[in-house]
Write a protein that binds this ligand. Sequence first.
Ligand code: SF4
Length: 203
Amino acid sequence: MLLGRLAKAYPDWGPTLEFASPLELLVATILAAQARDERINEVTRGLFKKYRKPADYVRVPSAELERDVHATGFFRQKAKALKAASAGLLEMYGGEVPASMEELVKLKGVGRKTASIVLGSAFGIPAIAVDRHVARVAGRLGLSKSAEPDRIEEDLRAFFPRKDWVKATWNLVLHGRRTCMPTPECPCCPVLALCPYPKKTKT
Ligand code: SF4
């Protein structure tokens, strides 16, 4: 019922980062930290024409990669993270993005959230990604009592059927971005009647 109402309210649910391959989604997700997806898409449209394989990120001089991702913010750390993840792909997986959580999180700088996004949206493998929106919404809706992402992920995996994990992720993300923001807009919330949050807003 909860997910049905959210999906009806956010029929455009799904990844907001543009990508055409698992590598592109992995790169876009690494770049998306602390930045708006629209900005990332503006940058990756050019980036993905220039960098097609993990080896391209490894070979390029750091200063050049930093320039190419500058507009995403935190460009030094992000360039470093792209180089490290790409080197890991080459060393461990023959240059291919692996399709399992266990393998993805072995890449430097790739945590469960990034891995879940790649698994769910690039490979169609059920996974729940917990970002700050999902964490906030899950807490308010009483789906998890924890503030710890791994625990929230476990609670959501127990709450939603496995087949709905990707759908649940994107609906919780959109709900957190558009309605259940830090200051929530409860009067126009599609799941108001199902929400136990005690500090609902009235106007
Ligand atoms: S009622 Fe308010 S706090 Fe509860 S989910 Fe909706 S927007 Fe969030």
